[in-house]
Design a binder for this molecule. Structure first.
Ligand code: 13P
Length: 249
């Protein structure tokens, strides 16, 4: 299965700086995208601005959230259909920052997943345990609950394992931790999903940097990485995207 590299820009980027960053990444992405799928998820305000540029370079256009309802009196919100209308291909849902700051729960995230699918968007659903839940049994119960409650049984999107304690801390999970968590997640997915296949891509996210990207991408079961801070520099994002590929120098 092809691995996927997603850059989540979070709340960063203006018209000019965003276009410069996307342009720099686009200019160098050719040989990488022969081997891996690359998606950039800028803030909503840059989606239509960057859409033609990213399309020209074969980079997917991702959004960072959508509303659960089709439309309505929801001041400040963005619907899945609006995203599809702009050419968005992927939408990150249930990120821990939205769970924390916008009080999103699993039931709401499941509705967003279904809405995204209805409009042809590929959901990238984030799950992950907190520092307090790091211990194995607690973490497994929490992750299993997130999977069964966030994902409809016919889910055909992408799962992103992002341990909360690794996000923005500079401390990525170890290869062994990622391997055992991903084995658990793949197992939980095959029990929960009616498709009963192992084809769901599971990404790792949390302080991925160019230095450790090759070892993370080599972990069995890793379908790619979801990159936050390091996606804000073309050099570091490209370093991650090409890590471990024969073309990397
Ligand atoms: P960092 O790479 O900055 O830790 O962020 C990870 C993340 O939240 C990606 O969605």
């Amino acid at each position: 299965m092809r691995q996927m590299i997603i850059g989540n820009w979070k709340m960063h980027g203006l018209l000019q700086t965003g276009a410069e960053l996307a342009q720099e990444i686009g200019a160098a992405i050719g040989p990488i995208s022969d081997a891996r799928d690359v998606v950039l998820a800028p803030p909503f305000t840059l989606l239509s601005h960057l859409a033609p540029l990213l399309a020209r370079h074969g980079i997917g256009l991702g959004a960072q959230d959508c509303h659960a309802d089709a439309e309505g009196a929801y001041t400040g919100d963005i619907s899945a259909e609006m995203l599809a209308d702009l050419g968005v291909s992927h939408v990150i849902l249930g990120h821990s920052e939205r769970r924390e700051h916008h009080h999103e729960n699993n039931a709401l995230i499941r509705r967003k997943v279904q809405r995204a699918r209805e409009h042809g968007l590929c959901p990238v659903v984030c799950v992950g345990e907190s520092e307090q839940q790091k211990e194995d049994t607690l973490a497994q119960a929490w992750l299993a609950k997130q999977i069964t409650e966030c994902l409809p049984r016919d889910f055909d999107g992408i799962l992103a394992y992002e341990p909360i304690w690794a996000i923005g801390t500079g401390k990525a999970a170890t290869q062994q931790d990622i391997e055992s968590r991903l084995a658990f997640l793949h197992d939980a997915l095959s029990q929960h999903l009616e498709t009963d296949d192992k084809s769901t891509r599971v990404l790792y996210g949390g302080s991925v940097k160019p230095e450790d990207a090759a070892s993370i991408l080599a972990v069995p079961g890793v379908g790619g990485v979801l990159v936050g801070g390091a996606s804000l520099s073309a050099r570091s994002f490209l370093g991650i995207a090409q890590a471990g590929l024969p073309l990397a120098s």
